[in-house]
Design a protein around this ligand. Structure first.
Ligand SMILES: Nc1nc2c(ncn2[C@@H]2O[C@H](COP(=O)(O)OP(=O)(O)O)[C@@H](O)[C@H]2O)c(=O)[nH]1
Ligand SMILES: [Mg+2]
Length: 273
C-alpha cells in the first residue's frame, strides 16, 4: 500500500493547508460536533520525527445523476466550474494532498456515476471507503429523498467500521433565502437520521467548498493518526514480545551450553584423576 508523501507546505496552495481544526457547517447537524480540536495525542505526534506513516484515505461521492458531484470535486481540486453537463462514466478518480499540522495526508476521491447502469461498477469502488459523501441538489429537493438509499447501498459493501459520513447539498446559489432555509431544514432531518454531518455548498460561487474539504481532511487526519498510533503500539508490542522470546531462547541455549561445558569439565577431571 502506498504511503502518504511529505510535501513542503510552502509549495502547496492555501486550500490544501490545514493549520487549525475547521468548524462544522452547523454544530447542531454533526455527529462530530464534540470534536473541537485535534486530540493531544495527534498534535503531539505531528510535531515529532519520525512522522507517523499515514495511508491514503479513500473518499467516495455518491448521489443521483447531475446533482453536482463531479463539479464539486473539480471546484476544489482545480478551482474551476463547468456549466456544461458531462456525465461521469463509471468512476472518476482524483488525488488531493493536504498538509495538516505539518504532516502529509492524501485523500483519494472516487467520484461515482449516479446512473443505474453503472451501479455494479460503482459498488466495487464503495469498498474500504473511509469517507462517504452523499450529495444532493438543493434546487431539486427530490434528490434528497434518495440520500438514505445511496448511503445504504454504500454501507452494504463497505468494510470500514465507522466511515465519516457527510450529507452535502449543492447548487445553493440557485435558491432564494426562503427556499434555502426550507431545504436546509429538510436536509438537517435526513442528516440526523443517517448520522451524517450536513453542509450546503455551491460549486458555482465556491461557497463553503474549501471549508468543507478542509473539514473532511482534518477529521480524516484525526482518525488516520489515531489508527496509526494504535498500529504502531501493536507493532512495538509484538516486536517486544518477539525480542523477549528470543532473549529467553538465548538464555536457555546459553544455560544448556553452560551445563554442557560443566559436564565436559567434570568428565575431563574424572579422566585426569
Ligand atoms: N448553478 C450551479 N450549477 C451546478 C453546481 N454544481 C453543479 N452544477 C451543474 O450541474 C450539472 C451537473 O453537475 P455534475 O457535477 O456533472 O453532476 P454529477 O452527475 O453529480 O457528477 C452541471 O451542468 C453543472 O454545471 C452549482 O453549485 N451551482
Ligand atoms: Mg459526475
Amino acid at each position: 500500500m502506498t504511503q502518504t508523501h511529505f510535501v513542503l507546505p510552502l509549495l502547496m496552495p492555501e486550500r490544501q493547508l490545514v493549520r487549525t481544526f475547521p468548524a462544522p457547517y452547523n454544530e447542531a447537524v454533526s455527529p462530530f460536533a464534540e470534536v473541537k480540536d485535534f486530540s493531544k495525542a495527534v498534535r503531539f505526534e505531528s510535531q515529532w520525527q519520525p512522522k507517523l506513516k499515514l495511508r491514503p484515505r479513500k473518499v467516495i461521492l455518491i448521489g443521483d445523476v447531475a446533482v453536482g458531484k463531479t463539479t464539486l470535486v473539480n471546484r476544489f481540486c482545480f478551482d474551476k466550474f463547468a456549466e456544461k453537463y458531462k456525465a461521469t462514466i463509471g468512476v472518476d478518480f482524483e488525488i488531493e494532498n493536504f498538509n495538516i499540522l505539518g504532516q502529509g495526508l492524501t485523500l483519494e476521491m472516487w467520484d461515482t456515476a449516479g446512473q443505474e447502469r453503472f451501479k455494479c461498477i460503482a459498488q466495487a469502488y464503495y469498498r474500504n471507503a473511509n469517507v462517504i459523501i452523499v450529495v444532493f441538489d438543493m434546487s431539486k429537493p427530490e434528490t434528497l429523498n434518495s440520500a438514505t438509499k445511496w448511503l445504504k447501498s454504500a454501507l452494504a459493501v463497505n468494510t470500514i467500521q465507522m466511515p465519516l459520513t457527510f450529507l452535502v447539498g449543492t447548487k445553493s446559489d440557485k435558491l432564494n433565502r426562503a427556499e434555502f432555509v426550507r431545504v436546509e431544514r429538510l436536509a438537517a432531518e435526513i442528516a440526523d437520521g443517517i448520522k451524517a454531518e450536513y453542509w450546503s455548498v455551491s460549486a458555482r460561487t465556491g461557497y463553503k467548498v474549501v471549508d468543507f474539504f478542509q473539514r473532511v481532511a482534518a477529521l480524516s487526519y484525526e482518525t488516520a493518526c489515531k489508527e496509526a498510533i494504535i498500529e504502531r503500539h501493536f507493532m512495538e508490542k509484538s516486536v517486544a514480545v518477539r525480542l523477549q522470546r528470543k532473549s529467553k531462547q538465548c538464555d536457555f541455549r546459553s544455560n544448556q551450553a553452560d551445563s554442557r561445558a560443566a559436564k565436559a569439565k567434570e568428565r575431563s577431571l574424572c579422566f585426569c584423576s
